[in-house]
Ligand binder design. Structure first.
Ligand code: NAD
Length: 492
């Protein structure tokens, strides 16, 4: 198994392969085909044929719903296999991968339930001899490109609504984490997905991925990943005016007021930033704390952060796992070094832990004394690094939290419900948590303001991204309009 093109599992045309190793301990997980441009173009052509020349796009919503439900059931019954594959590729703890699989199952079930509810709408034209109907149709052939931090979850947020809508697709997961996408495609094939409807290519972004944003046969590209790649994809897609959906990075503020529940705020400030070692697009990596509680709050965080245990997927004592690669670990180390040069104060971490020589780990790190003008506050580290800023007034807190070119998510901690609502309304971020951090629901739209993205995933709008809207107007009693007075001209 490797590439899935037009219903057939195949190797790359070049015969090239890539070895996948576990970032937590370096063991070889497997070897997969490394697609090149030629393989991706073949996959795009297969998806185009399946969309244009088969009955897939007009299958009933109930039939598509059945496919999604069957895959959800299969994923649920194979949770252990899927979670183990995810942990091997990403180095994350098995318990986290199991949560991820449960979320994937919910995603497929949510979209399965949503499809039959979309029957368009009839418009009252005020004229009984005309019918006006607005209907939704699949957008067409979709290029789906996903990152390595939540490989199967990010794929499911795209694959499930694309299939629900009646689209065909080519999925390209991160080259670092291919195995759960292979399993997902196998489960879809087993559940009856017709040949060519869903295709899988594996390989590097600039080669295997690039045609998905430039090829004229792609109607829509949906991308989750970094800002720089997102810009490139948007630019490439502009040549053929593709529909573009982008889920990009974030530098997410977590505002803590002095009247917040202390224990909950401390505990969740840690989870906000250090979950999955900070490799979360919505990580609360930017603590903005009221000046009057700053010293005690940061002391409490430092004490707790120093106790966080790191370890591999099967280390039951571990509380968070590995970073994806040596290159990513080194990028985080550079980010911290730069922050210190900018004047930040290192309160804890700032180095690799002892005793994990076979894997890629970095200690939970807290940088105090930061301000919005510092690079470390503006740029995403995508690692276990918290920057700390302070405020005195509510207005100052929201202004600081909005001082970013990102706008993905943010948290507010206060026991004053009116203040919480005022701040939530003032923040220009796509998700706001009040007295919580991280929960999301498949029913609620997910996505970013500003440079965190374009469009939404999940929810009704996440489904709508994969639909075109068509207005059909029918005249049941056609007559000459008389606009150009054609009959008078004939008489002359
Ligand atoms: P990345 O941008 O390096 O890669 C993402 C995907 O794009 C990979 O599959 C990669 O191979 C592919 N790619 C790279 N160059 C390409 C090109 N020229 N054409 C087509 N495809 C190309 O991102 P990453 O390092 O895998 O993921 C981390 C980033 O993802 C972070 O910035 C994170 O915030 C973001 N992210 C965002 C969300 C969200 O919901 N907003 C969720 C998860 C991750």
């Amino acid at each position: 198994m490797g590439l899935l093109i037009d219903g057939h599992w195949c190797q790359a045309a070049s015969g090239a392969t890539r070895t996948i190793t576990c970032p937590a301990d370096g063991h070889v997980v497997g070897s997969v085909p490394e697609a090149g441009e030629v393989d991706t173009v073949r996959a795009i052509e297969a998806a185009r044929r399946a969309f244009d020349s088969t009955s897939w796009r007009t299958t009933s919503s109930l039939e598509r719903s059945r496919l999604l439900l069957a895959v959800a059931d299969r994923l649920e019954s194979e949770t252990q296999t899927v979670a183990a594959a995810e942990s091997a590729d990403t180095g994350k703890r098995l318990v986290e991968s199991r949560y991820d699989v449960a979320d994937v199952v919910s995603c497929f079930r949510y979209f399965a339930g949503l499809i039959p509810k979309d029957s368009g709408r009839v418009i009252d034209t005020g004229n009984p001899t005309t019918i006006s109907r607005v209907q939704h149709e699949p957008v067409g052939v979709c290029g789906l490109i996903t990152p390595w931090n939540y490989p199967l979850l990010q794929a499911s947020w795209k694959v499930a609504p694309a299939l629900a809508a009646g689209c065909t697709f080519v999925l390209k997961p991160s080259e670092l984490t291919p195995h759960t996408s292979i399993l997902l495609m196998q489960y879809l094939v087993d559940a009856g997905m017709p040949a060519g409807v869903g295709n899988l290519v594996l390989g590097a972004g600039p080669t295997a991925g690039a045609p998905l944003s430039s090829h004229p046969d792609i109607d829509m590209v949906s991308f989750t990943g970094g800002l720089a790649t997102g810009r490139r994809i948007m630019e490439a897609a502009s040549a053929t005016v593709k529909k573009v959906a982008l889920e990009l990075g974030g530098k997410n503020p977590n505002i803590v007021f002095a009247d917040a529940d202390w224990d909950a705020a401390v505990d969740n400030a840690l989870t906000a930033v250090f979950l999955h070692s900070g490799q979360v697009c919505s990580a609360g990596a930017r603590l903005i704390v009221e000046e009057s509680i700053h010293d005690d709050f940061v002391d409490a965080l430092v004490e707790a952060a120093e106790g966080i245990r790191l370890g591999g997927p099967y280390d039951e004592k571990a509380q968070t796992g590995a970073l994806i690669s040596a290159a990513h670990r080194d990028k985080i180390a550079d980010y911290v070094a730069k922050a210190l040069k900018e004047g930040a104060t290192l309160r804890c971490g700032g180095r690799e832990p002892d005793g994990h020589a076979d894997g890629f780990f970095y200690l939970p790190t807290i940088l105090d004394g930061c301000t919005a003008s510092m690079t470390c506050v503006q740029e995403e580290s995508f690692g276990p690094v918290l920057t700390v800023e302070t405020f005195r007034t509510e207005a100052e807190a929201t202004a600081i939290a909005n001082d970013t070119y990102y706008g993905l998510a943010g948290g507010v901690w206060t026991s004053d419900a009116s203040k919480a609502q005022r701040v939530a309304n003032a923040l220009r971020h796509g998700t706001i948590w009040i007295n919580d951090f991280h929960p999301y629901l498949p029913q609620a739209e997910w996505g970013g303001f500003k440079q965190s993205g374009v469009g939404r995933e999940l929810g009704a709008q996440g489904f709508g991204e994969y639909l075109e809207t068509k207005h059909v107007y029918q005249n049941l009693d056609p007559k000459p309009s008389g606009w150009f007075d054609v009959s008078a001209k004939e008489a002359r």
